[in-house]
Design a protein around this ligand. Structure first.
Ligand code: HEM
Length: 434
């Protein structure tokens, strides 16, 4: 009845790795009533995400998250998606993502300013909170300080419920389980925050410098106005995707650095020689080479979006097999990016592996933390900028060491969150006052 669900529950993220290593690049199993193919060869992944992408839509797991994402960019398909992607791309361009570097420094400094030498912190909590504050500012052009707590709580309820529904054999979100009811209440609160911000954004004459402003300008130019509901879906989508993954990337990176003092020492040396005593600016980013390798390596080992999942619209051939219409195709970055065929000593954190053009030598879909093809992450440039700027800003002031005995385990929900948080001890490097 349950297919492999019990194994998935027991092994979590290790399940997919075991399937791929034991059974190969295309593996069939059933998750309750959902026929699923795990695909783990870069060439087949390219087939699905690029060459034959029209044959695939977003899978049921995401389509079932309508109360949060509605018809936003992440979950929509077909014509709706094409229109939204065009607007989204213009909004991101309009808004000159690069100009957000100062905002990121500013909010990171505020976060760091609250830390004290020697204290133990849950770095996951800190990074989620910080990236939420940053995305609120970037999306709406204003500080959502009062609403952040509520927004964060609502998003946590969504993620808990996502994992729970999956465990309950993919129960649709309209079924009134206690988890679903809690989730629907939380989404109502989030809607309140987002609709208020949209109302203010629409009233603002100068369409202040924000992604919402960029989107309003893009839709005005396109001649097809967006309804409040459409804007709400897009803003809710960007609010979630725009902070959850970057927060996790920073969390896992700080943890990896804490576990690898030799890599951390090289990173600090680079920051020292490029920045000296001053804050990081956009112009510094191309000179922070080792920082870039650390981020690449962290996204390889702990990809915050750890899987891309699709549903086949029609039968199609893949690696000598037929994927039938209606089947789910699961592609795990977690599995492929740790495959010994593409990465030597794949489980090791080794930023130097990215020297000498490894990225160019790899098969295209051996490393794809941001997905690929037409549905490549729209926020990729912003995310990479945010991670680099925030990391450099944090490490000028503090380094972290893991707390011995504190368990660290990635829990696959919609994203790859650390199940028990990540407790680390902060060590001040410079006076905290700016
Ligand atoms: C480290 C940070 C990030 C990672 C690892 C990441 C990863 C991904 C991946 C793998 C996808 C493709 C999903 C699929 O094909 O099913 C995606 C899509 C998307 N991402 Fe990101 N993302 C990050 C940051 C961001 C940011 C900062 C934003 C917004 C500001 C964002 C907005 C989106 C949106 C809207 C989509 C859907 C695009 C579409 O389908 O057209 N992401 N992301």
């Amino acid at each position: 009845m349950l297919g492999v669900l019990p194994e998935i529950r027991e092994e979590d993220i290790k399940f997919a790795t075991r399937m791929a290593r034991e059974y190969g690049d295309v593996v069939y199993f059933r998750v309750v009533n959902i026929p699923t193919y795990l695909v783990s060869h870069p060439d087949y992944i390219e087939d699905i995400l690029v060459t034959n992408h029209r044959n695939f839509i977003k899978a049921i797991y995401l389509r079932e998250s309508r109360r949060l994402f509605g018809d936003g960019l992440l979950t929509s398909d077909g014509e709706t998606w094409v229109r939204e992607r065009r607007l989204g791309q213009r909004a991101f361009r309009h808004d000159h993502i690069a100009t957000y570097a100062d905002t990121i420094v500013d909010y990171t400094e505020r976060t760091v300013g609250k830390w004290r030498d020697g204290e133990t912190r849950d770095i996951h909590q800190d990074m989620m909170r910080m990236t939420l504050e940053i995305i609120a500012r970037v999306l709406f052009g204003k500080d959502l300080a009062d609403e952040i707590e509520e927004a964060a709580a609502a998003i946590n309820v969504y993620l808990d419920n996502f994992a729970e529904r999956f465990g309950l054999y993919v129960v649709p979100e309209w079924v009134p389980t206690p988890g679903n009811l809690r989730y629907l209440r939380a989404m109502k609160r989030l809607d309140g925050i987002i609709y208020d911000a949209i109302r203010e954004g629409r009233q603002s004459e100068d369409h202040h410098h924000s992604l919402l402003g960029g989107l309003l300008r893009a839709q005005a130019e396109s001649g097809v106005p967006m309804t409040d509901q459409q804007l709400r879906d897009e803003m809710a989508t960007l609010f979630f995707t725009g902070h959850e993954t970057t927060g996790l990337a920073l969390t896992w990176t700080l943890w990896l650095l804490g576990e690898h003092p030799e890599a951390e020492a090289k990173l600090l040396e680079e920051l020292e020689s490029v920045l000296g005593d001053r804050p990081v600016t956009l112009a510094d980013i191309p000179n922070l080479k080792f920082t870039d390798w650390v981020i690449k390596e962290s996204l390889r080992l702990y990809p915050p979006a750890y899987a891309v999942v699709r549903e086949a619209l029609n039968d199609c051939a893949l690696g000598g097999y037929t994927i039938p219409k209606g089947a789910t195709v699961a592609i795990f970055q977690w599995v492929v990016q740790r495959d010994p065929r593409w990465f030597e000593d794949p489980e090791a954190f080794h930023p130097e592996r990215w020297a000498d053009g490894l990225a160019e030598r790899l098969p295209k879909f051996a490393y794809f933390p941001f997905g690929g093809g037409p549905r490549l992450c729209i926020g990729k440039d912003f995310a990479l900028l945010e991670i680099a700027v925030a990391l450099a800003t944090i490490l000028r002031r503090f380094t972290f060491r893991t707390v011995s005995g504190h368990p660290t385990w990635p829990l696959p929900s919609l994203t790859l969150r650390p199940e028990y948080g990540i407790k680390m001890i902060a060590h001040a490097r410079r006076p905290v006052a700016a």
